[in-house]
Design a protein around this ligand. Sequence first.
Ligand SMILES: NC(=O)c1ccc[n+]([C@@H]2O[C@H](COP(=O)([O-])OP(=O)(O)OC[C@H]3O[C@@H](n4cnc5c(N)ncnc54)[C@H](OP(=O)(O)O)[C@@H]3O)[C@@H](O)[C@H]2O)c1
Length: 311
Amino acid sequence: MESIRLKGIPLPVSRLCAGGCPAGEYGWGDVNRDDIQRSILRAYELGVNFFDTADTYGLGRSEENMGDTLHSVRDKVVIATKFGVRVEGGKTFYDNGPAYIETALHASLKRLKTDYIDLYQVHYLDGVTPADDMMEALLRHKKAGKILSIGLSNVTADQARLFLPYKDEIATFQNHYSLAHRQDEADMLSVADALSAAPMTWGSLGQGILTGKYDASVRFEKNDRRSRTIYDNFYGDKLQKNLSIVEAMRPIAENHGVTVASVAVRFILDHLPNSVVIAGMKNASQAEGNAQALSFALTKEETAGLEEVSR
Ligand SMILES: NC(=O)c1ccc[n+]([C@@H]2O[C@H](COP(=O)([O-])OP(=O)(O)OC[C@H]3O[C@@H](n4cnc5c(N)ncnc54)[C@H](OP(=O)(O)O)[C@@H]3O)[C@@H](O)[C@H]2O)c1
């Protein structure tokens, strides 16, 4: 399994990270808990040792599923979770304040059934809490051994600059990036360079469209977030463009005897140096399909073709 080192984390992490949003059992259509837990174990069996979740995914359910499933192999895996989205009285706020961090951290530790979190990420910047206040709180928890390292998420290059004084402490940042969403590539490379932090990509499979299983008639039920047009990968011109990207991926997948999904993952691994690709999964077969990305290399011509069609 290809792996990289992240600041503060003793274990090397696999460059494929298993995404735990569907493990929240909310907003991804019909999701079965047994399937979710089996997918986590299958990813681990295949050499994935890096797992991403957040306290908001299913309001804690994803962390519980991760905790239940990974408990017995805790010292062999690297768990990343996130804080910063506070849900109160049915309303959602961004909150990066020290008091909320304290509450959120202890709740996550409990749900994850662990006494430390390997990578603690701020899900969204709240635009109010000074970076110094948030970082000082996080560094206190790091000193106490509750977290091993710190990550950012959904940051622009301008926002990342606020963290330059803490460059040695920021291990990663998570942003939206895939063959279907390349527009922020320059920004991501500049954040990675400025902070010497590893980019982690979300939306790596275009929320599923880059797996090759959907066509122009794709529709989602109300209990699936992708029924909302804000998930624009599945609507209008964007959908048409994504389907043309998929048509370019199919012969590549056939050539290597791998899944279309794994071609989407492989492209990012090759394209963003020192990156980690997060891929969401709902069952063991998806975990297997995504892990195939680590078993082949794209030819120069294949890379150029994907580069062209996704530009
Ligand atoms: N930092 C952030 O703000 C942020 C935001 C979003 C996500 N994330 C992280 O990134 C992870 C990935 O989520 P995402 O929204 O970015 O989705 P994604 O990885 O682009 O797509 C995941 C979806 O694709 C389908 N799929 C996955 N593997 C497949 C395979 N091998 N074959 C066929 N279908 C497959 C599944 O849905 P269907 O089977 O229903 O199609 C799955 O739920 C999340 O779990 C989370 O950990 C972070």
